[in-house]
Design a binder for this molecule. Structure first.
Ligand SMILES: *Cc1c(COP(=O)(O)O)cnc(C)c1O
Length: 363
């Protein structure tokens, strides 16, 4: 019998099948996952407690408007609740923003290499991707401004940039925004904002306020350690934008446990800050350790480091393989568009040392 299939959208052919990271474990059974920029720290006891409590009412739909969480975010940053759009991860909010502004034929611009979700989300929205190459591993904002056309509907500015970890500077971003037409949405993706220490870096929370065509994306997946629950949010420059983002979402999109956990996590700024400070100290150690091994390292303001192997080193694939054998998972540069590079997430002290030792053995 011949196979019958529905006819799929041609855009699906573009998407590479999802390949989960290789599982690996050393002979002592340990594995060190430094490949997804997650927090190495487990959930706070109080967060676990509210999730358990929330579980008692999962026969009910969640609050459709996520009012408590929206208010908590607004209170935390001193912004109007009418600007806050929560979603299924900040990627979920990014998708909603695209659905709100991009039609087939629209152009969506982003730097490249940058976050791998941008091309995927743009394709899915039937928009045309316009990719502007990085300069010295950092966003080239003047080149991006020059590439704007009347069809450009949305521009992603990822700062710190994934996978390079570099930030844009406030003055160059303000200049850039001055050049972007008012009817084009600029989305500042600040997934790693808590880890930023560069005093020249912009703060989306203040920057978006008097700019109606700006939205800022933040997430609970990184510094707040809730990646498994999928909660992110956007700050929208106007109530109209926030309303548009709301129009394109599914009802009851944020589950009960996720809403409760995020509200609780926001109450523990001291602990979040303590963990972030540890990660930043470890980031310096890892950068120093890599340089001591002769690797070039990009300035990072995130919870990961982007590094290039020496010219005369083992090929990248052999390094990745050797790390996997030693139980250490990192992201290969070739998977991120740059052969001979690695992106390594900052983990616990033990994990970082394990990574540096393993790499030292290989080089
Ligand atoms: C990790 C990451 C996010 C977070 O995505 P969530 O959907 O909130 O988990 C967003 N943007 C960038 C650039 C990231 O690296």
């Amino acid at each position: 019998m011949s196979a019958v299939s529905p006819r799929f959208r041609s855009v699906l052919d573009k998407f590479a099948p999802y390949r989960p990271g290789k599982e690996s474990a050393t002979s002592d059974g340990r594995s060190y996952k430094l490949s997804s920029n997650e927090s190495p720290y487990g959930p706070l006891p109080s967060v676990l407690k509210v999730i358990a409590e929330a579980a008692g009412s999962i026969n009910r739909y969640p609050d459709n408007g996520a009012a408590d969480l929206t208010e908590a975010i607004a209170g935390r940053y001193g912004v109007p609740a009418s600007h806050v759009a929560v979603g299924c991860g900040s990627v979920g909010v990014a998708q909603q923003l695209l659905e709100a502004v991009a039609e087939p034929g629209a152009e969506v611009m982003y730097a490249w290499r940058s976050f791998e979700a941008y091309p995927y989300l743009s394709d899915l929205a039937s928009a045309t991707s316009v990719r502007v190459p990085l300069r010295d591993e950092a966003l080239d904002l003047p080149a991006m401004a020059a590439a704007v056309t009347e069809r450009t509907r949305l521009i992603f500015v990822c700062t710190p940039n994934n996978p390079t970890g570099t930030v844009v500077h406030r003055h160059e971003l303000e200049e850039f925004m001055g050049r972007v037409p008012q009817d084009c949405l600029v989305v500042l993706d600040e997934a790693y904002s808590e880890y930023v220490r560069d005093p020249e870096a912009p703060d989306g929370m203040t920057l978006y306020r008097d700019r109606p065509n700006v939205a800022v994306l933040r997430t609970f997946s990184k510094a707040y350690g809730l990646a498994g629950l999928r909660v992110g949010y956007g700050l929208c420059g106007t109530e109209e934008l926030r309303a548009a983002v709301d129009q394109v979402r599914q009802p009851f999109y944020l589950n009960i446990a996720a809403q409760a956990a995020a509200v609780e996590a926001l109450k523990h700024q001291d602990e979040v800050e303590r963990r972030v400070t540890q990660t930043i100290a470890a980031r310096l150690e890892v950068q120093d350790g890599l340089r001591a091994l002769g690797l070039w390292v990009a300035e990072s303001d995130a919870n990961f480091v982007w590094t290039r192997l020496p010219e005369d080193s083992l090929p990248e694939a052999d390094v990745i393989h050797g790390l996997v054998q030693r139980g250490v998972l990192v992201r290969a540069g070739s998977a991120l568009g740059r052969e001979g590079a690695l992106r390594v997430t900052i983990g616990t002290h033990e994990e970082n040392q394990r990574f540096l030792t393993a790499l030292g053995e290989l080089l």
